[in-house]
Design a protein around this ligand. Structure first.
Ligand SMILES: O=C(CO)[C@@H](O)[C@H](O)[C@H](O)[C@H](O)COP(=O)(O)O
Ligand SMILES: [Zn+2]
Length: 198
């Protein structure tokens, strides 16, 4: 047997167990922020780089389309997908501005900006958080290590207890799926005939 396989899976399980022990309340509060946004008619905006850009697209799709249940569509947008916009903002203003320009254009009070950054130090997500704060838009940050420079810019942080970028991403997605599952279940319980295909 290749020890790398069991080692990697056990390490992920250990990180998940520490996350469960340390962050259950933080995750519940993050779910409250998402639920408040959906119930208040706000839009969920997601951003991040690399694997976290994939997380942003993945989760926005989950909320708009479906996760585990057929139900009404929830407004959600990934700020990582429009190559015309990303290249123009990057080319004209610089890559640090690719998310903040969209926050300036699209986000409104009552919306929620969800940022995924394992370092918490990527300049473009820091500028996005600052742009959101300037517009009175709440910021929910998923990060790791010490939360980075993003930590004080966010209204709430979920900081995975690991120094590994990959493990942090894996737990971010696991927690985001969990939150989406909670929102779907709660919304269907409170609004069982909410429209759409539900
Ligand atoms: O997916 C991975 C590594 O697992 C990479 O693409 C990773 O997301 C990139 O290096 C990002 O640029 C890292 O940014 P951040 O998480 O520190 O904000
Ligand atoms: Zn998914």
């Amino acid at each position: 047997m290749d020890d790398r396989i069991t080692g990697a899976l056990r390490e992920l399980a250990d990180t998940a167990a520490r996350t469960a022990d340390l962050l259950a309340d933080d995750i519940a509060r993050a779910a409250d922020m998402v639920r408040d946004t959906v119930r208040g008619g706000g839009t969920l905006f997601f951003c991040g780089n690399g694997g976290s850009a994939a997380d942003a697209q993945h989760m926005a799709t989950e909320y708009v389309v479906r996760y585990r249940r057929d139900r009404a569509a929830y407004p959600a947008v990934a700020l990582t997908t429009d190559t015309s916009l990303l290249t123009a903002a990057g080319n004209d203003f610089g890559f640090d501005h690719v998310f903040s320009r969209q926050v300036e254009a699209l986000c409104r009070s009552g919306d929620l900006l969800v940022i995924h950054s394992t370092s918490g130090n990527s300049p473009n997500v820091l500028l996005a958080a600052r742009a959101a704060r300037a517009k009175g838009v709440r910021v929910l940050a998923f990060s790791a290590r010490d939360g980075g420079a993003l930590r004080p810019l966010a209204d709430h942080n979920v900081i995975i207890p690991t120094d590994r970028t990959d493990r942090a991403q894996e737990l971010h997605l696991c927690i985001e799926h969990l939150i989406c599952d909670m929102i779907e279940a709660d919304e269907l319980a409170s609004r069982p005939v909410a429209g759409g295909v539900a």
